[in-house]
Structures are given as C-alpha cells and as structure tokens.
Design a protein around this ligand. Structure first.
Ligand code: ADP
Ligand code: ADP
Ligand code: MG
Length: 654
C-alpha cells in the first residue's frame, strides 16, 4: 500500500477537472499541465499547480511524454492520471511513467499493449470464451488471405484498423466489388493515423446496439463489473448519448454480459478501470468489440447508478488497496448522459469555433464541463465541451430532466449541438427505447433543426428591445422606455437571422409613457412591464403573459434564448429616417415632459456627454446630453416649457 500525495493530470478540459475534483476530495494535491492555448483554462485555475508543456498542437504538448514527466519531476508529483484520449491508452507512456518511479493511474503497460490491438484483444476474448463478432483477425495480412476471409464472412462487412479508436479507421464494404479498394484505403489510413496497418474484418451487424460493461480490477486479482452502459446513439461511430441501465437487457442477459466481461478481465490480469465493449444484434446476441483500458467519457452514468466514484476507485487501486467488494453494487435508478460538443449537427456535425460569452447550466443535472464564460473554443482539440448527465428514478424522468436542462442551458457565442441533443431526448423512439447505432440517420428528418417561427422571432425581438432599453438606462430601471435623442418617428432596428431572414423591429413608448409598443413584421406587441436581471429579461405583454428570455449582446451580434431555442441575430447598421424635423446635430425630447433645467447657452462649447437640458416626466428627470463634443448652435426651449416627444430642443455640431 502506498500513499499518493500529488497527482499530475496529463490531460485537459473537462476530464482534467473531473479527475482533480476527486483528488482534492481525497486530500491529494493536483498538478495540471497546459499548452499555450489553455493557459487560463478552468482546469489550470483549479489545480494547485500547473506547468506549461508547449504550444497548442497536442503533438507538441499533451502528447509529449518527456514534457509530462519533466512536469511531474519539477512539481514532485508521485502519480500521473492520463484521463482519456491523448496518451491514456499508450503503453509506452504507461511504461515511461513507471520507469520514472511514478505511479500510473491505469492498467500496467503490458495489459494496455495486449488490449490496444483489436486483433489481440479479440483473440484473448475468444480464449476466454467470450463471443466475438464473426470475422477475421489473422496475422496473415496478405491480400489473398483477406479476400478469402471476406468471402466466408459475407457482405456487408466492416474493415477495421486493429489499432483504431474513436470511431476512426472503419469502413463498411457492401459487396465484393468494393473490397480491394477499401482494403487499400483502410491500410493507408490506419498507417497514417495509428502507425499500424494491421486490419480486421468483421461481419457488419445489422442495426446493432452498443452495450458496454464497466470493469474494475485491483492488484489482488479481484475483478468486478459495474453493470452496463448503452451507447447506441452515435454519429460517425462515436457516442453522443449514453445511459445506464440499458432497456435492451433483462436480468439474465445483464448478468451474462457482466460475467463475460469479468472473465475477460481475469484472463488478462486486468488492473484499474476499463470498459469491455460489445455490440448486440437485433436477436439479442452480444459480441465482444474491444476493451478500452482507461476511464471512459461516459463513466458518470455508471457513477450515478452505482453510487461509486470511479476516479476514486482508480486511485484506490493505484494505491494498492483491495476494492473491498467482489460483487457489483446494485444498479439504482436511471442516468442519461449527453456529450455537449462545439459542432453543428445541421452541417454534418462539423466542429465549430468561437468564444463562449456566458456559460450557465441548470443545477438540476450533473455538468462535467471544462468551460466558463470567456472560454475560446479553437481548432486544436476535441470538440467535446463536456457532458451533461441526469439521474432520476426512471428512464423517462431522467430523459425529461435532461431535455429541460438542455433547453435552459445558456451558451451564447458558439454553435453547439445543444438543441439537437434536446430533440433526441424528446424523440418518441428514444423515449420508448428503440435504439440502434443508426438512430441519428434513421430519424435525421425529425431531428433536424426547425426554422424559428414568427412567434419565436417576435419574442426574441421584444427581449432585445427591452434589454437594449434597460442596458441604456441602468440607473433608472423604471424610466419610461424608448427615450431617444435623435429625431426619428419610431426607433427602428433591423436584425438578420441566418443568411436570409430579416426582422424589422420598430418601437416607441406607449402614449401614457408607461410601456413600449413594439412592432415586428406588422404586428404590434405592447409590453406593459419589463425588467432585466443580469442577462435574463422579463416582460409582460398586454394580455398579462409574462415571459423570460436570456439575452447576450456583443457589438452587432445578439443571442437570445427563449423556450429552448437560441436565436443568433445580427443588428444591421441604422440609417435614421430623415424626418421633416430632422436637423443635423439636432437633439429632440425623448418623451413628453417639462423642461426643468437648461444648462448651456447658445454658442457655448460642450464636451461629449455634457448635460444640456433636463426634462421631467412622471416624477423622473431625464438629462439630454451632447452626443459629441461641439458648439451649441441653437437652443429651442426654456425652463418651465412643456414639450412633446420629438420636440427639437437644441442643436450641437462640431
Ligand atoms: P470510445 O469512443 O473510444 O469508446 P470514449 O467514448 O471514452 O471512447 O471517447 C474517447 C474520446 O474522447 C477520444 O477518442 C476523444 O475523441 C475524446 N477526448 C479525449 N480527450 C478529451 C478531452 N480532454 N476532452 C474532450 N474529449 C476528449
Ligand atoms: P472504436 O475503437 O473506434 O471505438 P469499436 O470497435 O469500439 O471502435 O466500434 C465503434 C462503433 O462502430 C461501435 O459502437 C458500433 O457502432 C460500430 N461497429 C463496430 N463494429 C461493428 C460491427 N461489426 N458491426 C456493426 N457496427 C459496428
Ligand atoms: Mg470503441
């Protein structure tokens, strides 16, 4: 048994934070490593210490083994947690860590090496009598051997890179005619992406479900499983939604899969946390796919349904402790996780970049994220911003809680898959558990984003108007809205939404000065009361309907979140209407009122912002100020005078 005092996390983003939180809870000090792109990232700020390891590209920072070991030496860390991705399944890294007399929080290098190759792993599974997908995993990689194997497997089949991962290095072959070319391309891709061109052939299972088993092994040969996770909702063979338990399993099948995973773990002498992945066909047969020798992205659904903290278990195992249980703790309730990504599901899930101007996630769910307001999402790393996870007594309730939380998740400034995830969770097929790995393709039509309706645009426009008025009058939240100092009939705003939709918004104070009449697309909405609390805007229409929206404005760009849908609008430059009373440099009364002060005289030079005239209306004063430095050319009012809205008060020009 050894004590760990300080853990270096060789990763970034949400998983680095996730690991460090548990370390802190266990009294263990934390060291972050960071590239220049992450110098101010939340995980760096959270850590007790942080060490710069290089420029943004992962190949020059997070993947540089020596830089990581140097950072550990420099800070006196006694263990390294690799997170997932990056070097987490790299046997050479695990070995280098151990050679440096540090504890690697993960399986021993030889276990990683054995299981890192899908070819080897399948053979190990077969030896342990775990069913594998029928296929070819032979050493003879000659064209003749592969062609012959393909013939006996039949079509469609899957060509896989033995060293592949993350959904990469896989090709579906529909018929013999495509085979030769597919093999050649797969070899090339595998060589360049993974440095190993060994290929595997597998029968392509029709509409499978992805179900995996979490295992833990301690250093005393005790291997247990922690039940399953279903991860059938995928894009490009990468998981998007994960849950526990799986609706596809009954108690008997669940026990059989758990047993198979444990047997495999025992056969390889598994130590640490790992995941045995299976696919299940429509008949309910399950087949081994691969083992991921690390913590998995979707580990939180297991944590929520078993009550265990998997990072804590990893650390306990690394300290040499006995797990202390030989049976899985019972599964309780239902947990669902979604991967929140900087990507555009409407554009083939292409990654997006940008700055998050705000981050607010409802506290009803667990949020494992590595972002805060101001985080810039660049091109260097994985597009996953983090995971949102719900937990409830039933699957239906977990889905509803997560869907609602997504609706209220506020991430202005960046295109994400947030709304797409919410639509998945509300889809009838999802709710009834009819899942397979082609779910997203099959339901693409229903899951596509809808154009916002006019009502939606209207709410956004009202929210923006109200927000704009409140932002300009922070000291006088109750000031009659719509005040203005330029001589135009109505305030006019034009927003564009998307590429071609234009939204013309006009607004003016209501006759009694207590509300705002907002006209959008010819329809007038009268807002009788409104207010702003931070970036949340509330307003009450004349029918008494109170609504709220969130608003973020950055220059001409605006984001409005209302009823789950975020609209990104761009304000067009304003061209004030040149009315009859328009005078260059003219300042008009923004509201009807009484002139209580005139602070300048004709011919006087004034600085920008200098108070000129003070009006009083509704027991409130409003100061009309010089919009720019200049000379007062004319003064059209005197103290005590009653003026109408839009009355020309003064003229100031340079
Ligand atoms: P798999 O999909 O291989 O079964 P996971 O579901 O655990 O395994 O996903 C691992 C993937 O997570 C990696 O392949 C990578 O794309 C992504 N990833 C790795 N590191 C990070 C990180 N720090 N933040 C976000 N995503 C990451
Ligand atoms: P990776 O290492 O990229 O995670 P896996 O072997 O785990 O590769 O497969 C990833 C995904 O690809 C699976 O979850 C499944 O959707 C699909 N897949 C893999 N093998 C098959 C197969 N034989 N038939 C159908 N789909 C498969
Ligand atoms: Mg996999």
């Amino acid at each position: 048994m050894r004590t760990l005092h300080k853990v270096l996390v060789a990763n970034r983003g949400e998983i680095a934070l996730r690991v460090m939180r548990t370390c802190r809870a266990m009294g263990i000090a934390t060291v972050a490593v960071y590239s220049d792109a992450d110098a101010d990232a939340p995980f760096v700020r959270f850590a007790d210490e942080a060490v710069r390891i290089g420029p943004p590209p992962a190949r020059e920072s997070y993947l540089v083994i020596n830089a990581l070991l140097d950072a550990a030496r420099k800070t006196g860390a006694d263990a390294i947690h690799p997170g997932y991705g990056f070097l987490s399944e790299n046997a050479a890294f695990a070995e280098a860590v151990t050679d440096a007399h540090l504890v690697f929080i993960g399986p021993p290098a030889h276990v990683i090496a054995k299981l890192g190759s899908k070819q080897q792993a399948k053979r190990i599974a077969q030896a342990a009598h775990v069913p594998t997908v029928p296929g070819y995993e032979g050493d003879d990689q000659s064209q003749a051997a592969l062609l012959a194997a393909a013939k006996s497997i039949g079509y469609p089949l899957l060509v896989k890179a033995s060293a592949g991962g993350g959904g990469k290095g896989m090709r579906v072959v529909r018929g013999e005619g495509e085979l030769a070319e597919s093999l050649e391309r797969a070899r090339g891709e595998a060589k360049s992406a993974f440095g190993d061109d060994t290929l595997l052939l597998e029968r392509y299972i029709d509409r499978p479900r992805h179900i995996e088993i979490q295992i833990l092994g301690d250093t005393h040969r005790n291997v247990v499983h922690l039940w399953e996770r279903e991860c059938s909702i995928q894009r490009r063979h990468q998981k998007v939604v994960e849950e526990a338990p799986s609706v596809a399993l009954d108690a008997q099948k669940r026990a059989a899969m758990g047993k198979a995973a444990v047997e495999l773990g025992v056969a390889v002498g598994y130590i640490g946390a790992g995941t045995v992945e299976f696919i299940a066909d429509q008949q309910g047969n399950f087949y081994f796919l691969e083992v991921n020798t690390r913590l998995q992205v979707e580990h939180p659904v297991t944590e929520l349904t078993t009550g265990l903290d998997l990072v804590r278990e990893q650390i306990r195992i690394a300290r040499g402790e006995h797990l202390g249980y030989t049976e899985a703790p019972p599964q309780k309730g239902a947990a669902i996780e979604v991967r929140l990504c900087a990507e555009d599901p409407e554009k083939d899930y292409l990654p997006t970049t940008g700055t998050l101007h705000a981050v607010d996630i409802p506290p009803t769910i667990r949020a494992d994220v590595g972002i805060v307001a101001g985080t810039e999402i660049g091109i260097h790393y994985d597009s996953m911003l983090g995971k949102l996870i719900s937990y409830a007594p039933t699957r239906r309730e977990a889905a509803q809680v997560l869907k609602t939380a997504l609706d209220h998740t506020w991430l202005p400034g960046l295109v994400t898959n947030r709304e797409h995830l919410a639509r998945i969770l509300a889809h009838p097929a999802f709710l009834s558990g009819e899942l397979d790995t082609h779910f997203l393709e099959h339901h693409a039509g229903e899951l596509a984003a809808r154009q916002p309706g006019l009502d939606q645009l209207r709410v956004a426009a009202v929210a923006l108007v109200v927000h704009g008025i409140a932002a300009r009058r922070p000291a006088q939240p109750l000031a009659p809205p719509g005040w203005r100092n330029v001589p135009v009939a109505d305030q006019q705003l034009v927003y564009t939404h998307g590429e071609d939709r234009e939204l013309a918004v006009g607004y003016r104070p209501t006759a009694d000065g207590t509300g705002v009449a907002i006209s959008i697309g010819g329809k007038v909405t009268t807002v009788t009361r409104f207010g702003v609390d931070g970036d949340t805007v509330w307003f009450v229409a004349d029918d008494g309907h109170r609504r709220t929206a969130r608003v973020c404005v950055r220059g001409a760009k605006a984001w409005v979140l209302s009823e789950g849908q975020m609209l990104a609008l761009v304000e067009q430059p304003r061209f004030p209407e040149l009315g009859a009373r328009h005078v260059a440099g003219g300042l008009v009364a923004p509201m009807p009122g009484k002139v209580v002060k005139v602070l300048v005289g004709e011919g006087q030079e004034v600085a920008q912002g200098a108070p000129l005239v003070v009006l009083e209306a509704m027991k409130m004063e409003h100061t009309v100020r010089a919009p720019a430095a200049g000379t007062v050319r004319a003064l059209h009012v005197a103290v005590g005078e009653q003026v109408d809205a839009d009355r020309l008060l003064a003229v100031v020009t340079a």
